[in-house]
Design a protein around this ligand. Sequence first.
Ligand code: NAD
Ligand code: TYD
Length: 351
Amino acid sequence: MILVTGGAGFIGANFVLGWLRDSGEPVLNLDMLTYAGNLDNLADLRSDGRHVFVHGDICDRALLDRLLTEHRPRAIVHFAAESHVDRSIHGPGDFVRTNIEGSFTLLEAARAWWASLAEAEREAFRFLHVSTDEVYGSLGATDAPFAETHAYQPNSPYSASKAASDHLVRAYHHTYGLPVLSTHCSNNYGPFQFPEKLIPLVINNALQGKDLPIYGDGMNVRDWLYVGDHCAAIRAVLAGGRVGETWNIGGWNEMPNLAIVRAICALLDELRPDPAGPRERLITFVKDRPGHDRRYAIDARKIERELGWRPAETFETGIRKTVAWYLDHGPWVQRVVSGAYREWMERQYGR
Ligand code: NAD
Ligand code: TYD
């Protein structure tokens, strides 16, 4: 079996569902169920004996030791993290705790477990660390996209904490020989994304006739990838990636935020017209995010060349699927936007 951390979050849940659909190998899913973790995402697996869910913290070394000894995973796929840049600006402490201390604790547990294995199992073991393109910092308009060799220049507490965990992962390979693999993906979108991130936030607000908040001038660029394509890339790296290497994952799909929001408005107008008029009327420019990175772009040639991975979705097909998913999953959205979500929206966007 494999151990997945953070498998009740957005990408982790998509990964676990896809893994069990395609491979059948059991999954041990360790997740602390923070505001971003949601067992509703895994509802389809309720009666699936191949999925074992454990409610727990990656900072809990005793728990990690017990899980590794009891379940003997052949690989760890590490998603668990605090992941939202705006929250890292309001409260960086949780990011340091989970992303740095948690990754460190997981590495320590993995190192001890791996060292105890017989040679064949030790050879086959993998620790796959899921990181982000944001560790590379911000690109100028004409700069080349991020290659794996790009210097680390993290600008937010989120990206700095992810960068720290990347360095620990690298060091555990270099110093102890732990068989690690690292991935750096661009911005994901798709089913189960918590509506604090741009795309689901805009879909949800637009459906309620609320303002669509655009930071600054709306011309910050992100390189968007459908979550299913990210999960397929992780599977490819786990299956065939050379130990100690890193892979950048992206869809060659750079778009400014304003174009993303306009595309969502057009799709919603088509699929669920608003009697009050086109949704673009709701676009509202708000105060910029402090330290807002201007542009991210991924050079994905290494994973394409070495592992034969390519995205299956274009932005047009992926965003259509995503908007349709949110339209079909009203109750899921209603449950996640109750309670603590309202406090976050008030804090971040309240006047
Ligand atoms: P998310 O915030 O939706 O989910 C994170 C999950 O981790 C949640 O289920 C949460 O409960 C769990 N978690 C948090 N702290 C934990 C702890 N201490 N112990 C155990 N579980 C804990 O995040 P996501 O968007 O799914 O991102 C997953 C990973 O992918 C992260 O490492 C992130 O840095 C990386 N990533 C995300 C994107 C993106 O666009 N969302 C892009 C590239 C990389
Ligand atoms: P986000 O989804 O938070 O991802 P990240 O900051 O990790 O790239 O934001 C994507 C882009 O959208 C980013 O440039 C910030 C911008 N944005 C807005 O303009 N308005 C919003 O309300 C949010 C949440 C993000």
